[in-house]
Structures are given as C-alpha cells and as structure tokens.
Design a protein. Structure first.
Length: 191
C-alpha cells in the first residue's frame, strides 16, 4: 500500500507456477518487481480496474520494462477508452463484462462495475482447483463499508451532468455485487 494515498495494488500469484499478476500498480514499479523476486515470482501480467485520476499507473511501465501482458477495460463510451496502447508494441487484451483469462492456475473474470467511472472493472479470482471464487479485486467500486464516489467526474474533472447517471450505474453495480458468493474476500483499491 501507499500510505499517503491509501492506495492498494495487488500482487496475486499462482504458487504452483510462480506466475503473478499485478493489479492497479503505481508508477514506481521497482518495489513490486523486488517483492515478486523476493518470493520467487515472475510478474507475467498487469491489469487495471479503471482509468485512475489520483495516481500514475505503472501498467505501461511494466509493459515496457518486463514485456508483460496488459489487461484493460474495453467498457464505457468512446471518452473512456485507453489510448496509450495504440502507440504500438504492447501485448494488450481489452476486456468486457464476463471475459476470463488465466495467470498460472488462477482464473480471473472481469465484471463491469460502472459508477465510479464508466469503464470500471472488478476482477473475480478463482483457483483452478475450486468451483467458487476466493476473492474479488474491486478497485474503486467497493470498499470496506462504502462504495466508490460517483460524483468525481463532475466535481473534480469538471464534466457536466454525469453525477446522477453515475450514481444510478453505481447502484445497479452494487445490486449485482450483492449476488456474488458471500464467502469471497473483497480486495478494495483504497483503505
């Protein structure tokens, strides 16, 4: 975690293969690379839950330095699309609701959870040996006892008339979240 931002990044690894994914890394990626090496892991992928406004993402840095595969949202309208992967040479997979991918023996399922931002994804994590998910990385959608703010696009980014529609989308995302397995661990983007 970053103590100043209370921002969390998650290094999730398959113990059997030693492959790891880093979700929502900050720009200073050296600490993640060192932590993975300390545990004998190889970072083979990076993902983002959404386009971040409160810190610089390390996804591009990891793609350039380590050549990792990048998983990004392809949800939201044209104003909420990632543009940097179009500069070429990146191994990027764009995800929509329900898409799955594996890192080692871990399966990740992208869930479109708009409201904080239009393209926001959460990642459900399931061990290949289990039927039920073990956890979900919720980014800025669900926190402990709270939901992400639907007003930031209007209040901080200056977009007009988006707060109420964002709040409605967040409400619908929260309703779908309530249908997930109760035993799952929740891994939020902020503390």
């Amino acid at each position: 975690p970053d103590e100043h931002l209370a921002q969390y990044a998650y290094l999730i690894a398959c113990q059997q293969t030693g492959e790891a994914i880093l979700i929502d890394p900050e720009r200073d990626v050296d600490r993640y690379v060192e932590e993975a090496a300390f545990h004998g892991l190889e970072i083979s992928a990076v993902a983002e839950t959404h386009i971040h406004a409160d810190f610089l993402s390390g996804a591009r840095e990891l793609a350039e330095r380590l050549g990792v595969r990048v998983y990004l949202s392809d949800e939201g309208d044209d104003e909420w699309k990632y543009t940097w992967p179009q500069e070429g040479g990146y191994d990027v997979v764009f995800l929509t609701d329900g898409d799955t991918f594996n890192v080692g023996n871990l399966r990740f399922r992208a869930l479109h959870t708009p409201g904080h931002t239009p393209e926001h994804l959460s990642f459900e994590v399931t061990d290949a040996g289990l039927d039920d998910p073990i956890g979900i990385v919720t980014g800025d959608f669900v926190f402990v006892g709270d939901l992400g703010r639907p007003d930031l696009l209007e209040s901080a980014a200056g977009m007009k008339d988006v707060m109420k529609p964002s709040a409605r989308r967040l409400f619908h995302s929260a309703q779908s979240f309530l249908g997930l397995e109760d035993a799952m661990q929740v891994w939020p983007g902020h503390g």
